[in-house]
Structures are given as C-alpha cells and as structure tokens.
Write a protein that binds this ligand. Structure first.
Ligand code: AP5
Length: 221
C-alpha cells in the first residue's frame, strides 16, 4: 500500500512514519530527508534546493517530481512523508502510479492547530545519521544531546528557527492544505484524519486503528 502523510511542519509525520517502518516494514520516503542528503552531498539538486529550504519555501515542483520519479521505481509498501505538497505534485504522483497500474489508496492527515507547532519544532533534535527524531520535552533522549542508539551528538535543523518555522506554516496553508480537498474528493474519498495534537502514543493508536479499518474497507493490504 502506498500511503501519503499530509500535515503541517511539526505535526509528527516523521515520528509516526519511522514507527510504522520499524513495526510493519513500510519504507518511509521523506522528501525533506532526501533533499537534506542532496545538500550534504552538494549534488546539483542539493545546491538548487538550498535557498528555498533555508527560507522555509517549497522547492520547485519540477525538481521534486523528477527526484520522486526515481525514488518510486519498484516500491510497494511505502509511506510518502512530505510528498506531495502541492496540487501539481499530487497530480504528478497519481499519473506516475497510474502508469504502473498502482494508486494512492489513502492520505493520512495529521490535524493540529498552528499554535502547537512552534514548540514542537523549536524543541526538536535529530540524529543526522539516521534521522531519528527527539524532543527536549516530549521525546527526550536518554542522555540530553546524544542519540540513544549510537551515542552520537544530536543537532537542531537550521529551518527550525522561529522565523523560518512561521514561514513554513504559512506556506503549508497556502500550498499544501488544498490537498485535503484533493484527497477528500467525493469520487475517491481517500482522506483519513487523525488528531495529531494528542501525545505520540495516542496518535500511534489512532493511526493503527484507522489504517486497519481503512485496509479492511478498501481491500488494500
Ligand atoms: P520536511 O523535512 O518534510 O519538513 P516538514 O514537512 O516541515 O516536516 P517536519 O519534518 O518539520 O515535521 P514532522 O511532521 O515530520 O514532525 P516530527 O515527527 O519531526 O521539509 C523540509 C523542507 O524541504 C521544506 O520546508 C521544503 O523546503 C523542502 N521540501 C520537502 N518536501 C518537499 C516537497 N514535496 N515539495 C517542495 N519542497 C519540499 O515531529 C516534530 C517534533 O515534535 C519532534 O521533536 C517530535 O519528537 C515531536 N512530536 C512528534 N509527535 C508528537 C506528539 N504527538 N506530541 C508531542 N511531540 C511530538
């Protein structure tokens, strides 16, 4: 099954995608992580994406769609974390999958009010090698500042500074929120909504329950 994770920055998409990957063998494909890898390796795509990401703006659709065409080759059980993010990307994804006789059966919407996002993002720490996510209040590492598995130092993302977060939230409402209607369109009704403001374990339970129900109802496995 190919699942789209939709929601504002800091809603918990990455946290829940990593959990589903570990528990059920889905593969998480995060466009943000892929772009950060391109930046680190200073590829042409990474260099082109850099200024957009630093401002908290979206990277142009043509670059993202080209990158995802390669990533989606031969995949089956996948969580698309952060893609699509515009109507043009959603249409391109549907076309790419149609060409392989596949489709997006469901889009999981992480519903949460904007005022909770700032604290989540400014308190986030990540392990750059694995992209494991922590929070200084809500998901503390065993030793503050260090990864639980490797013991390596954690870092904060440059785009988690308050001014950039504010722009990312505004960009979400303008460019990405219209996808809620795209996936909730009456002929397909692919939208599944979860309350992302609850504690992470409760969000996880709601996701598991709704995905099970959705898979049974749609015949998707
Ligand atoms: P990207 O890396 O995708 O960032 P994002 O969508 O803004 O999402 P985040 O990773 O910030 O948040 P999340 O929802 O995954 O939250 P998390 O689980 O970490 O994109 C970065 C940039 O790349 C974009 O700005 C853009 O420039 C570019 N880009 C990427 N995709 C693109 C595309 N398709 N098109 C164009 N440009 C693109 O959780 C956040 C924090 O909260 C963590 O600390 C976590 O521990 C904590 N937390 C999680 N759940 C809970 C909970 N339930 N309660 C309390 N705390 C929680």
């Amino acid at each position: 099954m190919i699942l789209v994770f939709l929601g504002p920055p800091g809603a918990g998409k990455g946290t829940q995608a990593q959990r589903l990957e570990k528990l059920y063998g889905y593969r998480q494909i995060s466009t943000g992580d892929l772009l950060r890898r391109h930046r680190r390796d200073q590829t042409p795509l990474g260099q082109q994406a850099q200024s957009y990401m630093d401002r908290g703006d979206l990277v142009p659709d043509n670059l993202i769609i080209e990158m995802m065409e390669g990533e989606l080759e031969g995949v089956s059980d996948v969580i698309l974390d952060g893609f699509p993010r515009t109507t043009a990307q959603a249409q391109a994804l549907d076309a790419m999958l149609r060409a392989k006789s596949k489709s997006v059966p469901g889009a999981l919407l992480f519903s949460i009010d904007d005022d909770e996002l700032m604290e989540r993002l400014t308190g986030r720490w990540i392990h750059p090698g694995s992209n494991r996510v922590y929070h200084e209040r809500f998901a503390k590492p065993k030793n503050a500042g260090f990864d639980d598995v490797t013991g390596e130092p954690l870092i904060q993302r440059p785009d988690d500074m308050p001014e950039t977060v504010a722009n990312r939230i505004a960009v979400y409402h303008k460019e990405t929120a219209p996808l809620v209607d795209y996936y909730d369109e009456p002929s397909s009704r692919r939208l599944i909504s979860v309350d992302a403001s609850a504690p992470a374990d409760d969000v996880a339970k709601e996701i598991d329950q709704k995905l099970r129900h959705f898979a049974n109802a749609s015949g998707a496995a």
